[in-house]
Design a protein around this ligand. Sequence first.
Ligand SMILES: *[C@@H]1O[C@H](CO)[C@@H](O)[C@H](O)[C@H]1NC(C)=O
Ligand SMILES: *[C@@H]1O[C@H](CO)[C@@H](O)[C@H](O)[C@H]1NC(C)=O
Length: 451
Amino acid sequence: MAMKMVVPFFLFPILRLHFLLLHDHSPLIGNPEGTTCYHFVIIACHTRVQRNVNLEKLRTGYLFPEISMHELQHIRKYPDAKLINLGIGDTTKPIPEIISVSMAEYARALSTVEGYRGYGAEQGNKALRKAIAETFYKNVQVKDSEVFVSDGSQCDIARLQLLLGSNVTVAVQDPSFPAYIDTSVIMGQAGDFEEKSGKFGNIEYMKCGPQNNFFPELAKTRRTDIIFFCSPNNPTGYAATRQQLEELVKFAKANGSIIIFDSAYAVYVTDDSPRSIFEIPGAKEVAIEVSSFSKFAGFTGVRLGWTVVPEELCFSNGFPVINDFNRIVCTCFNGASNIAQAGGLACLSSEGFMAVCSVVDYYRENAKILLKTLKSLGLKVYGGENAPYVWAQFPGSKSWDVFDDILEKAHVITVPGSGFGPGGEEFMRISAFGHRETILEASKRLKGLFS
Ligand SMILES: *[C@@H]1O[C@H](CO)[C@@H](O)[C@H](O)[C@H]1NC(C)=O
Ligand SMILES: *[C@@H]1O[C@H](CO)[C@@H](O)[C@H](O)[C@H]1NC(C)=O
């Protein structure tokens, strides 16, 4: 029998803190981008079901809960300080009305006989698949049928892992968004976590930093079946150049690997860096692309994304990957919410597209302000030009020490780079997803701290 303790909501953060302090292996799961789920059950008795050993290996629930713990302690210490959060990678600006209105109208019509819709196509609404292909892949000839609409790229990454199974080997950029490694661990593709190196066994960590123009040294990279590659990158804010991506595609071809290319931040590219891996000739034979409406249209809560699986992409036995992905989507997912898809269609109308792009421009301007501020202080800063993240280096320092210093003295929350892998040590990720006043105030405080 499990004993459930009922606790008032307002007490959760405090209880959670004690719980975290008491228990090293916290059962609390931190959403990779910020909010924490409060699953709070105190267990009085056990079942006879063995815990999945792969989940036991995981190290997640570590970075973001740890940040909230520091935040809580800070609030207790300085109850009157005006804390600024530039840690979270969540959007803050309202969704343009033209888009929310179309979702509202769609939802309202569900209450009418004519407007009611039940299950839709598992792969997504036809018109939306077409609009995605035309908007984002106009010059690279992606077919509507190769676009699978989803409830977000993170969910698609998990479904792709399900498709790949536990037998594949995986490479990731180091640092990287935690979902690639964590899903790989959950699937059983990884070995144990090694405290000393800060890495999981059997995963190839491709270090990306200023020393190599944020692009892995492929000559030294071990062959893997799968290469996760995110550009523009979270957390470094760096967008790979055309030449770099050509090298990557060439490497994947030579090694018979599949690239899973995450282009969730593509709309933030301002120079001529590719916005899609399919801009690289030959990429369709070696790559899958996952992408999202989250950072493009503020859909982090609405939930909408897509994955492109080209028909040309095949397994070693010649079987098309798209057929298996379709099977996975039909079996494990029944299609994205039709209301969210109505919103997606509105984003891709010409008026809607202009509206979301102006929000993107706003965040871009924020990034510019942060970049300029940090540069003016003589700090080594990267990213920020093609992504809503600035990646600041503090040579010789530990990320967590810099995090604590900035929090203590400037009351600003950032993200310690080491949370994204050992390659992020010495770095801080600073998010540009804030309101302008907040960004300006944070810039002022950082100037005060570092000048
Ligand atoms: C994993 O690989 C081994 C060796 O190639 C093979 O025998 C086995 O069937 C594979 N398992 C799965 C689930 O694909
Ligand atoms: C992977 O590709 C690189 C670059 O073309 C090549 O040097 C290397 O030998 C390949 N590795 C394997 C195992 O095929």
